[in-house]
Design a protein around this ligand. Structure first.
Ligand code: AMP
Length: 293
């Protein structure tokens, strides 16, 4: 496996392979790789001739009070995982190489970033959109793989690619979970032992919402209170949002009569957890909708 640190070296490597007709796959990450990342890497490996994984803790997507400085950095372990999975290049630029002195350009995707994560984390999505655009220009992949775990980010990236004609196919992989349902995340290591035992309640609350919808509940407010009731069993959670939304626009729904996305964000101690579930309503609700159409 090649380790490339300089953007211009990465560009030259990709340009050379593209000239030879090689299909380049790309998995952007912030490192501290876990099984969720591994599943993305495997999906990328299956579809590509050459696979690039980037490890870059992007400062511009962290708020001033967030965890940029303490974000886990374990490059040796990340390299080992990448080697095991047959990655061709690990691209790990420095902050200075990505944002040299005088840097002043940002990319902003408007509507889709307004709510939820965008509302709680000002500038976060501007940082994401900017770094993804830069990474796509540098790595020049034919396709890139992202996780459903960060659902709003996935919608942003799709929008960005379409709006800026970036010509990168976007592949989405399902969320990989711990056996107890907690979505894997590089930040889970910050959870204390006690917090770790209750952390799966976020997923349980989304499951409860999805069960309610499957059983025929269509009022989004009722679904939301079902989800909230699960989390309220544990006073250590602070709910940031629990939402029932249109899966394409992320606008909140009043009635769930077709596919929806359940979004959740909570704080648990010093850790912020997010998760989501895609859900389809009970068959009879769909039938009712069709017969009234
Ligand atoms: P990160 O390193 O957290 O920026 O994530 C890099 C990529 O891995 C993003 O596309 C995430 O959505 C994805 N990812 C993170 N956690 C998971 C997970 N538990 N399952 C699947 N994909 C994930």
């Amino acid at each position: 496996m090649k380790i490339i640190r300089r953007p211009e070296v990465m560009v030259a490597w990709s340009e050379n392979l593209r000239r030879q007709g090689v299909t380049i796959g790309f998995v952007p990450t912030m490192g501290a790789l876990h099984e969720g990342h591994r599943s993305l890497i495997r999906a990328g490996r299956r579809r590509s001739d050459a696979l690039v994984v980037s490890v870059f803790v992007n400062p511009t997507q962290f708020g001033p009070t967030e965890d940029f400085a303490r974000y886990p950095r374990v490059l040796d372990r990340d390299h080992a995982l990448c080697r095991t999975e047959g990655v061709d290049v690990c691209f790990e630029p420095t902050v200075e190489a990505m944002y040299p002195k005088g840097y002043q350009t940002v990319v902003m995707v408007s509507e889709i970033t307004r709510r939820w994560e965008g509302e709680r984390r000002p500038h976060h999505f501007q940082g994401v959109a900017t770094v993804v655009t830069k990474l796509f220009r540098i790595v020049q992949p034919h396709f890139a793989v992202f996780g459903q775990k960060d659902y709003q980010q996935v919608l942003l990236v799709r929008r960005l690619v379409q709006d800026l004609n970036l010509g990168v196919k976007i592949i989405i992989c399902p969320t990989v979970r711990e056996p107890d349902g907690l979505a894997m995340s590089s930040r889970n290591i910050y959870l204390s032992e006690q917090e770790r035992t209750i952390a799966p309640l976020l997923y349980k609350s989304l499951k409860a919402g999805s069960e309610a919808i499957r059983k025929g509940v269509i009022e989004a407010a009722l679904v939301q209170s079902t989800m909230a009731a699960v989390l309220k069993q544990e006073p250590r959670f602070t709910i940031e949002y629990l939402a029932v939304c249109d899966p394409l626009t992320l606008e909140p729904l009043t009635l769930v009569t077709s596919k929806a996305i359940l979004l959740g964000a909570v704080r648990l101690g010093s850790v912020r957890l997010i998760d989501n579930l895609i859900v389809s309503p009970a068959r009879n609700q769909r039938a009712k909708r069709l017969s009234s159409a």
